[in-house]
Design a protein around this ligand. Sequence first.
Ligand SMILES: Nc1ncnc2c1ncn2[C@@H]1O[C@H](COP(=O)(O)OP(=O)(O)OP(=O)(O)O)[C@@H](O)[C@H]1O
Ligand SMILES: N[C@@H](CCO)C(=O)O
Length: 297
Amino acid sequence: MSVLVRVPATSANLGPGFDSLGLALDLHDEVEVELAGDDVEIEIDGHGAGEVDPGEGHLIISTLRETFDTLGVDQPKGIRLRCRNRIPHARGLGSSSAAIVAGVLAARALADAPGFDDARALELAARLEGHPDNVAPCLYGGFTIAYTAQGTPKAVTLPVHEDVRPVVLIPDFRLSTEAARGLLPATVPHAEAAANAANAALLVHALTRRPDLLMTATEDYLHQKYRAPAMPRAADLVERLRSAGVPAVVSGAGPTILAFSTGSAQDLIAPEVGSDWHIQPLNVDPVGAFVQFPETR
Ligand SMILES: Nc1ncnc2c1ncn2[C@@H]1O[C@H](COP(=O)(O)OP(=O)(O)OP(=O)(O)O)[C@@H](O)[C@H]1O
Ligand SMILES: N[C@@H](CCO)C(=O)O
């Protein structure tokens, strides 16, 4: 019995939307999960090959097991994973959320548990990831606002204006989300929190209706400056792009940069970016994760 799950990369925060706003991007991992044999067997094509845990400690395997437990079904003995990984790891493009969403959705499909709906899948994936802003767009696609109601992670999706064209600038160096979160202060000045709240609200309007407001709307006060010492080249490039008129932010916990190439901004990006950054224009993925059984392929 097997299932194929396709999961998108995501860019979280988008500037002032720390731990809340996120965008699904047209760059995908594909994971085939088969319940067979007596052992865990993992084949990886692409990112993470030769690096990630090859057994029970693999993030998709641990997520599958956690989800089977949550669903109250017996643990399978043997699991075969075939991963086609196109999302780079530890770069701020939501690779860990993609792996977690793939594991949760594959386990739900294999256990035939339709009562475990997307809201519950989001809740479990957000708990496993530790924050909801990548798992929400990964699961639902598009532009999402993740929030917490009575302790439960939830999300809404909004349509993105057609002139919003994301471009990611991926460096050759990495930064783990855990390390980047360790740099955040326990408190921030009230005036900066207020300015951040205004920009996060404005950003929702800018992404859905008024892309011309993206420069102001992407200004963040909660995380980027505190993390800059861990990624000085990314921080410097964000500043240069913004000075050149390109709305640019750190993608997720970095060090990838997300730029919005609205209007003429596309032409302004390349001259600011050195050859050690990979420039990749990406469409917004409006669909999010999806699951196929072999007979429907
Ligand atoms: N497809 C995968 N298979 C197995 N492990 C993975 C996979 N994707 C990510 N991981 C694990 O997650 C780590 C990266 O997670 P991390 O949260 O640091 O960064 P990210 O998710 O790529 O970026 P961000 O959270 O900032 O968007 C990898 O080093 C690896 O251990
Ligand atoms: N909101 C998270 C996103 C990580 O992808 C952070 O910035 O730590």
